[in-house]
Write a protein that binds this ligand. Structure first.
Ligand code: SF4
Length: 449
């Protein structure tokens, strides 16, 4: 007997959750029948694949997962990461070899806790998960939900099995729950295999991604950065489902995913819909940019390679660190403090950004405020004047320097706080040589913060 869909908002306070980077509130109804047409996939020509293999060296490419693809999308301007990821280079090994390993990834404790929580949610043929799906999506009692067996040999076999299961369930117009399906997404011409926690097939052909995470929803709120990361990861799965929809000629991936987390301080699961349209559009755009990897590769100096040249044991790298670092530095980067939580090369890139006084090391917000001024040296020069009346960032800096210079000793008469020095006669005479340039110590503190 079918169970009627129920009012999610009335049953679970978490429906009112909202975070900065992703919205946990249900903004589009299930089933999502308004998803846009699936765009064509990006593929890369064979010469590019050969060039990427050359850059990687004679080792197996490091497979990209949804987390890595999502991280790639958070910094779309970074050519360094784009080409290293496209070539399947082990960035962690490269960072270690050049002497700047970054502590990166989840702790063993967090991984174990995540596994334990997921095991609880999926125990007894997904009994708990089906209960949550019943609350949120109106999925009927377990007996009326197909749970297809997706076992097969290797990622390619599992992908094909998943594809068939999706097609069959959609054609039959039945509810189905696919636990740990295997999906495929072409990235720069190479297949990436991705494994979401679950996918629900609705009778009308909508497919909903379900992500199980171990961070808690406390009193109706969740950590925005964690929800944002989960949303970006889920968006990658939705893109892979779009590829499956294209290949089967059936199905419609929904743009709202279901996040399953522990509730409050208990280990009891709760579920919340998350709108991932924004993450989808950013990730789609970034993956489209990967088709331009060829341009990045073509711009590299002759002979550039990130080959770690393993010793006879096949593991120990033998490449001189200086040479490897030079190869890494030959690709332009776009460092920002966010890299510290998303990229294995963050310590190396941060050091390089500091060395050349790049303002991007101070964060994207500061970088955006400074307009065309890209180095700390340029910023200090603009603050000291003479003022460029056509550059609003330079004018603001000059004014700030004047205020700072006047504050400790008292502003001179005729120089009221708030007046733009660029608009006063004799402004250049008051250029705050010492005050705006607070000495080597101050400059270092700004550049290396
Ligand atoms: S750490 Fe470096 S390579 Fe990684 S995304 Fe940031 S700038 Fe790019």
């Amino acid at each position: 007997m079918s169970r009627a869909p129920q009012d999610c908002g009335a049953r679970d306070a978490t429906a009112r959750l909202s975070v900065g980077d992703a919205t946990l509130r249900q903004v589009s109804p299930y089933p999502d029948s308004t998803a846009p047409a699936v765009p064509a996939p990006a593929t890369a020509p064979a010469p590019l694949r050969a060039r990427l293999a050359e850059l990687r060296g004679p080792v197996a490419p490091r497979p990209l997962d949804a987390r890595a693809l999502a991280a790639l999308a958070t910094n779309p301007g970074c050519r360094r990461r784009a080409i290293l990821d496209a070539a399947g280079v082990d960035k962690s090994a490269v960072a270690s070899r050049i002497g700047r390993p970054a502590p990166f990834g989840q702790s063993q404790f967090a991984i174990a806790r995540g596994h334990a929580f997921e095991a609880r949610v999926t125990a007894d043929r997904c009994a708990e998960l089906l209960r949550l799906l019943g609350e949120r999506l109106g999925v009927p009692v377990p007996g009326e939900v197909d749970l297809p067996d997706l076992d097969a040999a290797g990622p390619a076999g599992r992908t094909e099995r998943t594809r068939l299961a999706l097609a069959e369930a959609t054609a039959a117009g039945r509810w189905a729950l696919l636990e740990h399906p295997m999906l495929r997404l072409d990235v720069a011409g190479s297949p990436v295999h991705l494994e979401p926690d679950a996918v629900v097939v609705h009778p009308d052909g909508t497919w909903t991604v379900v992500e199980v995470k171990s961070f808690p929803i406390l009193d109706g709120s969740a950590d925005p950065s964690k929800v944002g990361a989960a949303a970006r990861q889920a968006a990658v799965y939705v893109l892979a489902l779009e590829e499956a929809a294209r290949s089967t000629g059936r199905g419609r991936p929904g743009e709202t995913v279901l996040l399953v987390c522990p509730r409050d301080f208990s280990n009891l699961p709760t579920a919340s819909p998350v709108d991932v349209r924004k993450q989808l559009s950013v990730t789609r755009r970034q993956l489209a940019r990967l088709t331009r990897i060829e341009e990045i590769a073509a711009a590299l100096p002759e002979g550039t390679t990130f080959d770690l040249r393993p010793a006879e044991d096949g593991r120990t790298p033998t490449r001189p660190p200086r040479e490897l670092a030079a190869a890494v530095d030959s690709v332009p980067a776009a460092y920002s403090p966010e890299c510290l939580s998303t990229c294995e090369l963050a310590f190396h890139c941060r050091e390089r950004a500091r060395q050349c006084g790049a303002v991007q090391a101070l964060g994207r917000a500061v970088r955006g405020e400074l307009g065309g001024l890209t180095t700390v040296e340029q910023v200090l020069a603009a603050a000291r004047g003479p003022v460029d009346p056509d550059d609003p960032a330079a004018r603001r800096l000059h004014r700030a320097a004047r205020l700072r210079a006047g504050a400790p000793a008292g502003a001179p008469a005729g120089a009221p706080a708030g007046a733009d020095p660029a608009e006063r006669p004799g402004a250049a005479e008051h250029a705050p040589g010492g005050a705006a340039a607070p000495g080597g110590r101050g400059r270092e503190a700004v550049a290396c913060r």
